[in-house]
Ligand binder design. Structure first.
Ligand code: HEC
Ligand code: HEC
Ligand code: HEC
Ligand code: HEC
Length: 122
């Protein structure tokens, strides 16, 4: 994520889409609403992430989460860069990357779960 607050990102996304620059036109090769849901399985309890609802109903731009799109890298897997057992101090591990991003936005938006059990409930 860039350091724009999500509300600003949303405003930027709206302006861009009014101008006709949707994520669709920027990244036409990707079917935009896939995957529909992602089940993260792990020791702390599984987490169900409603990917399509986040992208569609909450009006979030792809790059607000897939932040690497901003610098022209078009992989959609966080794992490609944020490795599970990363000990690189300059690169968040997979768990930390997801925790930081999910929880930060929920706090900023005052919407969505921030407690362990509210996410790890599957
Ligand atoms: C907004 C949702 C969310 C909240 C809140 C959250 N988590 Fe997670 N957590 C995830 C996701 C997504 C993953 C990444 C998938 C994975 O590794 O299983 C994860 C991964 C983990 C993992 C690694 C699991 C593994 O087997 O690798 C642990 C441990 C964990 N969380 C503990 C916690 C604790 C403790 C809290 C509360 C302090 C918490 N989580 C809060 C979503 C959340
Ligand atoms: C709220 C955050 C968020 C938004 C918004 C979002 N995504 Fe994702 N997306 C994720 C996360 C988290 C994953 C899981 C990545 C992982 O596990 O490495 C994912 C996975 C994907 C995958 C599968 C990648 C793989 O290797 O399995 C694709 C494709 C994808 N997203 C495309 C998109 C597109 C296109 C958009 C915009 C229309 C979008 N996403 C919007 C968070 C988001
Ligand atoms: C192509 C490589 C790459 C991919 C893919 C990638 N990241 Fe990152 N990520 C980075 C790098 C490099 C940094 C550190 C520099 C920076 O902040 O951009 C970073 C930083 C972060 C940070 C720290 C806060 C910030 O914005 O600086 C978070 C949180 C994060 N990534 C989450 C994610 C999540 C979640 C995904 C998948 C939806 C993801 N990243 C996909 C390379 C990647
Ligand atoms: C850029 C902002 C943003 C990011 C990043 C984000 N969320 Fe959310 N999330 C929201 C918003 C907004 C809601 C809506 C809450 C409402 O309407 O009450 C929400 C709601 C939720 C909910 C409850 C409703 C539902 O859709 O199931 C869950 C669970 C959830 N998020 C999990 C996650 C997980 C797991 C991640 C990280 C993989 C994540 N979120 C990343 C913004 C975000």
């Amino acid at each position: 994520m860039q350091h724009l607050p999500p509300k600003k990102l949303l405003a930027v996304a709206i302006v861009l889409s009014l101008l006709g620059f949707g994520a669709y036109t920027l990244f036409p090769a990707q079917p935009p609403m896939e995957p529909v849901r992602i089940l993260f399985e792990g020791k702390a309890g599984n987490v169900l992430f409603d990917h399509q609802i986040h992208a569609e109903n909450y009006g979030l731009d792809c790059a607000s989460c897939h932040h690497n799109l901003e610098y022209g890298d078009d992989t959609f897997s966080c794992l490609a860069c944020h490795e599970k057992d990363s000990d690189d101090p300059f690169m968040l591990s997979y768990m930390d990357a997801l925790h930081d991003q999910c929880i930060q936005c929920h706090e900023d938006e005052q919407a969505g779960p921030v407690d362990c059990a509210a996410c790890h409930n599957r």
